[in-house]
Design a protein around this ligand. Structure first.
Ligand code: NAD
Length: 333
C-alpha cells in the first residue's frame, strides 16, 4: 500500500483525496493543513491522520511514501524540498511555485535527494491530448509551423474574495495565466517544443481588489521557428473551455469541447475525451496522472511530467508577465 499525505485541504486537496480513494494500492494516510479543522474534514472519513505540518507527522514516525502539495501557489517549492529532505516522493500542484528562484531550489533539492517529483498538468493526460501528441511524434502533422491556445475562463469577484491569497501577487503569483491558463500554455509548449521569446499584453478589466491580470495575450516564438499565441482570461463569460490548435505542413489539429479533430490531405480523424460514469474527463485525466506517478515509482522511472516541464511552463508565464510589464519582447531563460 502506498501512503500519500495531502498538504492543503482546500478545493484541490479535496479533489486529490477523491482521486487517491479511487486508486488500487494507494490511500490517503494523512491530511496536513495549517487549518487542522479543514484537514480533519478530509482525513476523518478516510481514517487518515490529521496534522498541522509535515514535521508533526515525522515526529510520530508516520511519514508517507508520497507527499502531494495542494497548498496556495507560493510556497509549493519549500514544502516540496522539505518532503524530499524527509525522504518522501512528491507530487506538486501547478504552478511549481511562483518564482524561478524557488523552482530552482526545488530542482536542486530533487537532484540530490534521489526521490521523484511529479508536477500536475493533468490536461496532458486527456485522451485528446495524448492522441495529438502521438500524431505529432509520428510526424503525421509534418513540420509544425505554429499553434494557438485559448483559456477563456470566468471567475466572479466572489471567487477572488473567497481566499485571502487569490488574486495576490505574492501568493497567487499572477492571475488568469499563472493560475488558470498555465494548463493551456503547458499543453501548447508540450506540443510545439521549446519557447524562445514572448511578446505580451495583460490587464485587469473586470475585477476589483485583485493585484493581477484577468486578461492576457501573448505571441510566442519557438526555437524551431514555429509561432504560437496564448490567450487567458478569468473575465470571459460564459467560459467555454480550453481550445487549442496546432498547424503543420501535412496536417492540422484542433481540440475543443472535449474533441480532437485532425485534418490531413486524405481526410479527417476524430478523438473524443472519455471518462467513466461519475467522472469528468478532467478529473479522470488527473487520476491518470496519479496512476502514472505510482507506476513510475514501481518501475523506477521518471514520472511523465516532472520538474523540467513545470519549470518551462513557469518560465513562460513569468516571461509573459515581464513582457506585458515592460512592453518589450522577452527572451526566455
Ligand atoms: N490542477 C488543477 O486543476 C488545480 C485546480 C485548482 C487549484 N490548483 C492549485 O492547487 C493549489 C491550491 O488551490 P486551492 O484552490 O485548492 O486553494 P484553497 O485556498 O482552496 O486551499 C489551499 C489550502 O492550503 C492550506 N495551506 C496554505 N498554506 C499551507 C501550509 N504552508 N501548510 C499547510 N497548509 C497550507 C490552506 O489552509 C488551505 O486549506 C494552487 O496552487 C492552485 O494553483 C490546481
Amino acid at each position: 500500500m502506498t501512503d500519500i499525505a495531502i498538504i492543503g485541504a482546500g478545493f484541490i486537496g479535496g479533489v486529490h483525496a477523491r482521486l487517491i480513494d479511487s486508486l488500487d494500492g494507494a490511500r490517503v494516510s494523512a491530511v496536513i493543513d495549517t487549518d487542522v479543522n479543514r484537514a480533519a474534514l478530509l482525513a476523518e472519513p478516510r481514517g487518515a491522520r490529521v496534522a498541522a505540518s509535515l514535521d508533526d507527522l515525522a515526529e510520530g514516525h508516520h511519514l508517507p511514501d508520497i507527499v502531494s502539495i495542494c497548498t496556495v501557489s507560493a510556497g509549493h517549492a519549500d514544502l516540496a524540498v522539505h518532503a524530499l529532505e524527509l525522504g518522501c516522493d512528491v507530487l506538486v500542484e501547478k504552478p511549481i511555485d511562483i518564482t524561478l528562484v524557488a523552482a530552482a531550489r526545488l530542482t536542486e533539492a530533487a537532484k540530490h535527494s534521489g526521490r521523484m517529483v511529479g508536477v500536475v498538468s493533468q490536461r496532458r493526460f486527456l485522451d485528446t491530448s495524448v492522441a495529438l501528441r502521438q500524431a505529432i511524434d509520428a510526424g503525421r502533422l509534418g513540420r509544425l509551423t505554429g499553434g494557438t491556445v485559448e483559456s477563456p475562463f470566468f471567475r466572479p469577484q466572489s471567487y477572488y474574495d473567497s481566499g485571502d491569497w487569490r488574486g495576490t501577487r505574492d501568493r497567487d503569483g499572477g492571475g488568469a495565466l499563472m493560475n488558470q491558463g498555465i494548463h493551456a500554455l503547458d499543453l501548447l509548449l508540450w506540443f510545439l517544443g521549446e519557447a524562445a521569446t514572448v511578446t505580451a499584453a495583460a490587464s485587469c478589466v473586470a475585477h476589483e481588489r485583485i493585484e493581477v491580470e484577468d486578461v492576457v495575450g501573448a505571441a510566442i516564438g519557438f526555437t524551431s521557428g514555429a509561432v504560437g499565441t496564448v490567450f487567458a482570461s478569468t473575465a470571459a463569460f460564459p467560459e467555454s473551455g480550453v481550445r487549442l490548435s496546432v498547424f503543420g505542413t501535412s496536417g492540422s489539429a484542433t481540440i475543443a469541447d472535449g474533441r480532437l479533430t485532425m485534418r490531413f490531405a486524405d481526410g479527417e480523424e476524430i478523438v473524443d475525451d472519455s471518462a467513466p460514469e461519475g467522472w469528468t474527463s478532467i478529473d479522470w485525466a488527473h487520476r491518470a496522472q496519479y496512476a502514472d506517478l505510482l507506476d513510475a515509482r514501481d518501475a523506477g522511472r521518471a514520472p511523465a511530467i516532472g520538474l523540467d516541464d513545470g519549470h518551462r511552463a513557469l518560465a513562460a508565464v513569468l516571461g509573459i508577465y515581464e513582457s506585458a510589464r515592460t512592453a518589450r519582447t522577452i527572451t526566455l531563460p
